[in-house]
Ligand binder design. Structure first.
Ligand code: ZN
Length: 203
């Protein structure tokens, strides 16, 4: 499986990092080895002093597809979830400055947290989902998918022009404002429409 991530998909987050608003979705990948195994903590890697949390709504692909038309995107997923795109911000800033790829900052072991899945039939419309993450019981990120620049069905159509989507692939749909540094012993908990989907300790 592969993990396809969308960057800069919420205006307020683009502003907080002083990024340019992109003309097309920003895409990057994480390998399967970036997944944090179930019930395991997140270990701060030794090469970064500034690991940021980015809570994101996730889509799990349930059907193989390429060049998917936007009007058919909904047929390619049944489950929606929530996760964290951990980012070594210090390393990413250096790579960005040099115009280099972000993989070292985004695709390292442990950089992807995937919580529990909810069948989309149990949720409101995918473009109107409320989600939030707390750090040590304080809300740090809270948003609605209605604030996405590129909606889920557009993302699926767009990324499938470049990558064949396969069963089990996961799309990280981008983070809203409120990203921030994590420290040892932090507890990060995420919920979608009031249902807690992950709880992870930082070590
Ligand atoms: Zn992200």
């Amino acid at each position: 499986m592969k993990i396809i991530c969308i960057g800069r998909n919420y205006t307020d987050h683009i502003e907080e990092l002083e990024n340019e608003r992109p003309e097309d979705p920003v895409i990057f990948l994480k390998p399967e080895t970036s997944l944090v195994l179930k019930n395991q903590p997140f270990f701060i890697p030794p090469f970064s002093n500034d690991i940021h949390h980015e809570v994101e709504v996730l889509i799990r692909i349930n059907k193989i597809g390429k060049h998917i038309q936007q009007k058919f995107s909904y047929k390619y997923y049944n489950e929606i979830g929530l996760g964290i795109d951990f980012t070594a911000r210090d390393l990413q800033s250096k790579l960005k400055e040099k115009g280099l790829p972000w993989e070292k900052a985004k695709a390292f072991d442990g950089a992807a947290v995937v919580g529990d899945w909810i069948n989309k039939s149990e949720l409101p419309n995918v473009d109107e989902l409320q989600f939030e993450m707390t750090k040590n019981n304080e809300v740090v990120q809270s948003a609605s998918t209605s604030l996405m620049l590129w909606k889920v069905d557009e993302i699926i159509a767009y990324v499938s022009q470049f990558f064949t989507l396969k069963i089990g692939d996961i799309i990280f749909t981008g983070t809203p404002a409120g990203v921030g540094k994590v420290s040892e012993n932090d507890i990060l908990e995420g919920s979608l429409e009031g249902r807690k989907l992950f709880s992870i300790k930082v070590k």
